[in-house]
Design a binder for this molecule. Structure first.
Ligand SMILES: *Cc1c(COP(=O)(O)O)cnc(C)c1O
Length: 390
């Protein structure tokens, strides 16, 4: 790749806008010399709970640990089955397998890239010992929760929401990500919309008993000093992360709105230059469908990623071309989880989840971040056009 003109995400630019506040927040923790949990973490938990409209929030060491805490608190056991999408980040299913439970992979809807009531139902038909469902609000787009909750109630199992990419998004009924299932899980990995300066995560729940269990599990299952009624693990949130995140949380909605504006501009510019209009390869480029308009909150999509589809046989060449023009891109995700070697024992075989497999072949993520300039965006669209015209 030549020198990068447009990165996938520009965290340096974000930091430069809020540097004095961030530096002061970090200094406050250093001055206090309290680095693990403590008042900063408690304050962040209260602020995230309020932001999500959830009763309780418990900070932990990563989004993956948030999923582990949720699965452990819900009593998922060896040999239990947990449905999750095949088309998601590894961690969603990796944590199920870490519990010695069995991920049962669901296909996705081709437009939203999310699971739906129908794809979850099809997965449920392959189960005999189903104990929970994990939905993933992929790329920042909220899953339609009503049909998921209806199905879960029919099946008598709890829903865990993996909202790692979608803090602040709402479904079309206005339900906020993380608060509809029994437990919502979020990641503060630096590339998420609310990213820390290192790893971090949080769980939210309406259920005080579940929240208390997770609060204890993150400190080895301790219930009072050195007394353990269950076996947990070490998954605490750093105070420095909490202090940074508390500053950034105040900007989150503004940043998500700006991402929505970038996404809308992409759609307009791409449509204007003929993408998705039928006829020719460029016309084969498919936008995230049914984009919300420049989003007055609540937004259905927080655009942690801006992902389009291109013909599978040209995707690698396109990435290379973009790279040679200084434009970063990424593939989320090139291998659906049911085809990962380490999950081979769980199945299903190739062909059973065709929509996930097709998405893995056709999708490409383009740069999206609040500070992305109109000039850079037009340059990206022109570069896409040039590639498909030649
Ligand atoms: C990032 C992510 C996770 C894991 O979060 P970490 O903080 O990296 O452990 C889980 N699920 C999804 C969908 C993610 O995007």
């Amino acid at each position: 790749m030549s020198e990068i003109r447009v990165p996938l995400l520009d965290l340096k630019s974000q930091y430069s806008q809020i540097k004095p506040e961030i530096d002061a927040a970090i200094q406050r923790v250093v001055d206090a010399q309290r680095f693990v949990l403590g008042p900063e973490v408690a304050a962040l938990e209260a602020e995230i709970a309020a932001y999500c409209g959830a009763g309780h929030a418990v900070g932990c060491a990563s989004g993956s640990d948030a999923l582990l805490l949720a699965l452990t608190a819900l009593g998922i056991d060896e040999g239990d089955e947990v449905i999750c999408p095949s088309y998601t980040f590894f961690s969603t299913a990796g944590t199920i397998a870490r519990m010695r439970a069995r991920p049962v992979f669901a296909d996705i809807d081709p437009e939203s890239f999310n699971v739906s009531g129908a794809t979850l139902r099809a997965a449920a038909e392959r189960t005999t010992r189903l104990k929970a469902i994990i939905v993933v609000h992929l790329y920042g787009r909220a899953v339609e929760m009503r049909e998921v909750l209806e199905l879960a109630e029919d099946l008598g199992v709890p829903v865990i929401e993996d909202g790692a990419q979608a803090l602040g998004a709402h479904d079309s009924q206005g339900a906020r990500v993380g608060t509809q299932g029994r437990i919502g899980c979020f990641s503060f990995f630096p590339s998420k919309n609310l990213g820390g300066y290192g790893d971090g995560g949080i769980v939210v729940s309406e259920d005080p008993a579940l929240a208390e269990t997770m609060r204890s599990l993150r400190v080895h299952g301790e219930t009072s000093k050195y007394a353990h009624s269950m076996i947990g693990f070490n998954s605490r949130l750093d105070a420095i992360q909490a202090a940074v995140l508390r500053v950034k949380l105040r900007y989150l909605d503004g940043w998500s709105e700006a991402r929505g504006r970038v996404a809308t501009l992409y759609s307009e510019q791409l449509a204007k230059s003929g993408a998705g209009m039928g006829g020719g390869d460029f016309a084969e480029l498919k936008l995230p469908i049914r984009l919300p308009t420049a989003a007055p909150l609540p937004a259905q999509h927080t655009f942690n990623q801006f992902v389009v589809r291109v013909p599978a046989d040209r995707r690698d060449a396109l990435r290379q071309y973009l790279g040679s023009c200084g434009i970063a891109s990424a593939i989320y995700y090139p291998i659906p989880l049911h085809l990962q070697e380490c999950f081979a024992e769980f199945g299903p075989v190739e062909g059973v989840l065709p929509t996930a497999e097709r998405a893995a072949r056709e999708t490409i993520a383009l740069p999206v971040y609040p500070e992305l300039s109109r000039d850079d965006l037009e340059f990206i669209v022109q570069t896409l056009r040039d590639f498909f015209d030649n």
